[in-house]
Design a protein around this ligand. Structure first.
Ligand code: TZP
Ligand code: MG
Length: 228
């Protein structure tokens, strides 16, 4: 296998909590979201058992593969290995990057959450494939967030990464929706198409029409007004 080229423009992170999902099937939602233009999907599920997670990941991989979209698993290197998906996303308290890389191999996509310049630079040095930068805005989807950094905090991290000579894709995450996505991408300077992007949970998963929600977000990203 060769490391796949990833388009980070619109990154969907899933949520299986009943408050967001209701009685809908997550796999249908991801299928619709991919049809609407999501470019990468992360399975994030903090409550299902390992056996359940493998079943969900296998089903999701069926639809993401059909759309030509990569699937990553949050936290769980074992689940990514079991279903042979494209990679994982790990936080600062999850398995360390070097160990994850050793287990998954050189071609796996490994993303890391960074909320500070130090965390971002450490992830770059360690060979992360991309950075998830946040939390941009406080969000009910994740309440145990350490740092709310805003778009300008994300921009400072991006600048530190560039100053250190790293060309690493980045996505911002946390409270991003249709009303603020253009502002977040502009102010954070994450405006290079495919290389940078925005990650959302509720703006797509909680929407009654996930396909339209994804399509509208994608249009907004592709039509960011030029700054003066
Ligand atoms: N990491 C930082 S914020 C967040 C994660 C997984 C949740 C973002 O959810 P939403 O609904 O897009 O605000
Ligand atoms: Mg984690």
């Amino acid at each position: 296998m060769v490391k796949p080229e990833i388009d980070y423009t619109l990154y969907l992170v899933t949520d299986s909590t009943p408050a967001i999902l209701g009685d809908r099937d997550l796999v249908d939602i991801v299928d619709l979201a991919c049809a609407g233009g999501v470019t990468i999907v992360q399975l994030r599920d903090k409550t299902s058992s390992t056996a359940e997670l493998i079943v969900i990941a296998e089903r999701l991989l069926g639809v993401t593969t059909a759309h030509g979209v990569p699937l990553l698993i949050n936290d769980r290197i074992d689940v990514a290995l079991a279903v042979r998906c494209e990679g994982v996303h790990v936080g600062q308290d999850d398995m360390d990057l070097a160990t994850a890389r050793r287990l998954l191999g050189p071609d796996a996509i490994i993303g890391i959450t960074a909320s500070t310049e130090e965390e971002a630079l450490r992830a770059c040095e360690g060979g992360a494939d991309y950075l998830g930068i946040g939390t941009i805005y406080a969000t009910p989807t994740k309440t145990n967030t350490k740092e709310i950094i805003g778009p300008l905090g994300a921009r400072k991290i991006l600048e530190a990464v560039k100053d250190a000579g790293y060309l690493i894709p980045t996505v911002c995450i946390g409270g991003i929706n249709h009303g603020n996505i253009q502002r977040v991408l502009t102010e954070s300077e994450m405006i290079l198409p495919r290389v940078h992007g925005a990650a959302v949970v509720s703006a797509i998963v909680a929407d009654a029409d996930p396909e339209l929600a994804a399509r509208r977000l994608k249009d907004l990203i592709h039509n960011i007004p030029m700054r003066q």
